[in-house]
Design a binder for this molecule. Structure first.
Ligand code: ADP
Ligand code: MG
Ligand code: MG
Length: 258
């Protein structure tokens, strides 16, 4: 089955339970939004799916196309088809954006390749990269920059979106803080996401506090997280309701979680 299936997931940080049984299934080609006020556990979910060692899974399961995601190492998760936006958050000295992407694409397309074996051919890779950059309106010069070295928030997003477009993952989880991103960055992220959904049938989970990015990436399914539980589910109308009324009504309706 082509789906990312999160079932009754419980996650603790330093012994304190943060996620208290989260269930959410994303199928291929679907766009889901997970929204919720600050502190509701949104980032905890993305860190847990990433396999961050500080986030202890205390219950439940996550299946990626039927395979147990929680037993996989981070790189195995990527090879199995899961893209996590901030998987490579730090600067890597001497590694350009193009270089980094060539390694990442090789690893995904040739999962059994050993370290030191051939990368995908340079000409083929360059051609593909140029086409994707062109389509996303990213200056070709950007590929020669050193990865994350002094990148602005917008440039980090650019690198992330390029990575998404080149890797063409089966599923992508994007934790969009939306902090400090200008409208051009929001548009670029959205275009990149919409492109892989349409072309590759990528299933997407956008995690966000703010509705702004959801004006550009239109989710079919919206889930509201509060106090570590999904307390409301609906369609895109929920985004509009949250934009208009904020989260107070959600807290009032679910006092135990609030
Ligand atoms: P959100 O992304 O929705 O704002 P988080 O997942 O970041 O929420 O946080 C959920 C809860 O977990 C909050 O109460 C927060 O204080 C707590 N928390 C997050 N990270 C840590 C941590 N490293 N140590 C202890 N508590 C944490
Ligand atoms: Mg937060
Ligand atoms: Mg967060």
């Amino acid at each position: 089955s082509n789906e990312l299936r999160i079932e009754d997931l419980r996650v603790a940080i330093e012994g304190k339970e943060i996620l208290k049984g989260v269930s959410l299934t994303v199928r291929q080609g679907e766009v889901h939004a997970l929204m919720g006020p600050n502190g509701s556990g949104k980032s905890t979910l993305s860190y847990a799916l990433m396999g961050h060692p500080s986030y202890e899974v205390t219950g439940g399961s996550v299946l990626l196309n039927g395979c147990n995601l929680l037993e996989m190492e981070a790189d195995e998760r990527a090879k199995a088809g899961l893209f996590l936006a901030f998987q490579y958050p730090t600067a890597i000295p001497g590694v350009t954006v193009a270089n980094f992407l060539r390694h990442a694409v090789t690893n995904i397309r040739h999962p059994d390749r050993k370290e030191g074996e051939d990368l995908i051919p340079m000409r083929e890779f360059r051609k593909e990269l140029r086409a994707v950059m062109d389509e996303l309106g990213i200056d070709p010069e950007f590929a020669r920059r050193y990865l994350n070295d002094g990148f602005s928030g917008g440039e980090k997003k650019r690198a992330e979106v390029l990575q998404l477009a080149m890797l063409k993952p089966a599923f992508a989880i994007l934790d969009e803080t939306d902090s400090g991103l200008d409208i051009d960055a929001v548009r670029l992220v959205s275009e990149g996401v919409n492109r892989v959904v349409q072309r590759e049938g990528t299933g997407v989970l956008v995690i966000t506090h703010y509705q702004r990015i959801l004006n550009y990436i239109k989710p079919q399914f919206v889930h509201i997280l509060l106090g570590g539980r999904i307390v409301e589910r609906g369609g895109p109308e929920l985004v509009e309701i949250l934009e208009r009324d904020g989260y107070d009504w959600v807290r009032a309706k679910h006092p135990v979680e609030a």
